[in-house]
Design a protein around this ligand. Structure first.
Ligand SMILES: Cc1cc2nc3c(=O)[nH]c(=O)nc-3n(C[C@H](O)[C@H](O)[C@H](O)COP(=O)(O)OP(=O)(O)OC[C@H]3O[C@@H](n4cnc5c(N)ncnc54)[C@H](O)[C@@H]3O)c2cc1C
Length: 494
């Protein structure tokens, strides 16, 4: 055991999971968070009787949370409860078709056959390939630093290469899906998984098809009380273990000497630490905390993931056709991604995501007979667009789309409205350009281009969270925390 001091910059999910793991390795861990609440993007708020999760809404891989409680030998049930969903998502198309994506494979296959005439065999084959890719290749990405030499010797890389289908490397996700399914509706449905890390399915590698494995082979889940329960559970566990949190204080600088981390500056005071882990966006870490313009510029060169407009609407009505997760697809997905990543122009028929936690806990997140709608459209990362004008544009585009598909006029039912924009995502969580998931995966080498979880220049400096390997959106960066803790264990304990 060690009594070395670790300072973690940021109490996002990645920061808290790292704090728990390093505390269990015997470190004295102190977390500085600029906001006065934990969770970063995974926070929530209440207004006029409605409760809204602010950021992430889809919960997969609960084992990544269970693992933390197992390591800590704490009973998870005293902190956190969750249930498996029967329906992963309801997909609405403009022509009136609605596909219910059941988590039970047989039910899903039967639904696809009934609604799109897709032979069930195509779904089974796709999900089998996704499972194999995830188990042989995906887990290497999620459990190991791709930038550490040790990975070459410890991870089952040769077996993975043997299993690697060339299509995963050389085809885009869209091209791969177009050969897997006959129905364009299903190509679009499975293309959507590229958006889970803010990428473009027409450019991102077919390897991302393994994301479908998580939802459709392993399952989609719902944390009792909403996504905020994940933040609350991690925070309570960390506090119980003795991690110290200081809220409302920004780290101003990471102090280094002779390529060795020495500590941080907070409120103009120097605090010493043998190890510093930054849960802050890696670009801002280099630019603001290390004043390293060269490295910041290198990170900046990589394409950012998409950002989002989120409208939090308190709806004075209940909509029985909707479920927890609902997607209203754009009629021209390719043009939508072209607008998102190439032209940057507003897109008038965007794909709309509506999340309603009150569906699973009626009366708990909205007054009875009403609903808490989290309404999200993907938009380009912030490059100084006129977001006030775009807010009105997207609000009208969303209302137009939902009215058409739901056959109702939803606007009069919106009795509460709040907004999260690329600008507020950036200011609240210091995420460069308001990107939801750091850099995009719009190239074949993107996974290798992501910033490593450690500094190659400064010993004792580590990075965790959405902007570094393995990236945001990959179940809440919890894998990233495990990689950082393993790197530290390897370096200081073996
Ligand atoms: C709208 C939205 C929807 C999403 N949907 C999903 C989803 O459905 N599923 C999924 O898996 N992921 C999703 N994501 C991504 C997910 O939210 C993140 O991957 C996850 O929350 C982990 O974030 P993080 O650890 O990188 O830290 P963040 O949440 O970005 O937290 C970083 C923390 O560092 C703090 N900080 C920054 N600078 C300093 C400083 N100098 N000093 C002190 N503190 C500082 C910030 O205030 C913040 O609290 C979504 C994100 C958003 C915004």
């Amino acid at each position: 055991m060690s009594s070395k001091k670790v300072i973690i910059i940021g109490a996002g999910v990645g920061g808290m999971a790292t704090a728990i793991r390093l505390n269990l390795l015997g470190y004295t861990v102190q977390v500085f968070e600029k906001n006065d609440y934990p969770g970063g993007k995974l926070s929530h708020f209440e207004t006029n009787g409605y409760r809204f999760d602010a950021g992430p809404s889809l919960f997969t891989c609960p084992y990544l949370i269970e693992e933390l409680f197992d390591l800590a030998k704490e009973p998870i049930a005293s902190y956190f409860e969750y249930q498996k969903l029967e329906l992963a998502c309801k997909y609405f198309y403009d022509d009136g078709v609605c596909i219910q994506a059941y988590t039970n494979k047989d039910a899903f296959a039967a639904e696809l056959q009934a609604k799109t005439n897709e032979p069930s065999e195509n779904l089974y084959q796709y999900l089998n390939h996704a499972s194999s890719a995830y188990n042989h290749i995906g887990l290497i990405f999620l459990r190991h630093s791709l930038h550490a030499i040790k990975t070459l010797f410890t991870a089952p890389i040769f077996k993975a290469i043997d299993r690697l289908k060339l299509a995963y490397l050389f085809k885009s996700l869209n091209d791969y899906n177009a050969t897997a399914f006959k129905s364009p509706k299903l190509v679009q449905l499975f293309n959507r998984f590229a958006t889970y890390n803010g990428s473009n399915p027409y450019k991102a590698p077919a390897m991302l098809s393994m994301i479908a494995h998580l939802e459709h082979n392993e399952g989609a889940f719902y944390p009792k009380g909403g996504m905020i329960s994940i933040t609350n559970a991690l925070y309570r566990l960390a506090v119980k273990l003795g991690v110290q949190f200081t809220f409302g204080q920004s780290v101003q600088q990471i102090i280094t000497e002779n390529n060795q981390v020495k500590g941080v500056m907070v409120e103009n005071e120097q605090l010493d630490a043998e190890i510093v882990v930054s849960n802050m966006d890696v670009y801002f870490t280099y630019k603001n905390l290390l004043q390293d313009a060269t490295r910041a510029a290198k990170v900046k060169k990589q394409e950012r993931s998409s950002s989002a407009f989120i409208f939090y609407w308190g709806m004075d009505k209940s909509f029985p056709t909707l479920d927890l997760h609902n997607i209203f697809f754009s009629t021209d997905y390719k043009a939508e991604f072209n607008a998102l990543f190439n032209t940057g122009l507003p897109f008038e028929d965007p794909t709309v995501y509506v999340n309603i936690t009150n569906k699973l806990e009626p009366g708990k997140h909205a007054p009875l007979g009403k609903e808490n709608w989290f309404v999200m459209v993907n938009v380009p990362a912030n490059t100084g667009q006129d977001w006030n004008a775009l807010e009105q544009f997207y609000r009208q585009a969303i209302i137009h789309k939902l009215n058409k598909i739901l056959g109702d006029n939803i606007e009069p039912y919106i009795e509460v409205s709040k907004l999260l924009s690329p600008v507020t995502i950036e200011s609240r969580t210091a995420s460069y350009m308001g990107s939801l998931y750091g850099t995009s995966s719009n190239s074949k080498m993107a996974a290798f281009m992501r910033h490593p979880n450690f500094s190659k220049k400064t010993s004792g400096l580590y990075f965790v969270g959405g902007s570094v390997h393995p990236g945001g959106g990959i179940p809440l960066c919890l894998s990233s925390a495990a990689i950082v803790s393993n790197l530290i264990q390897d370096k200081y304990h073996s």
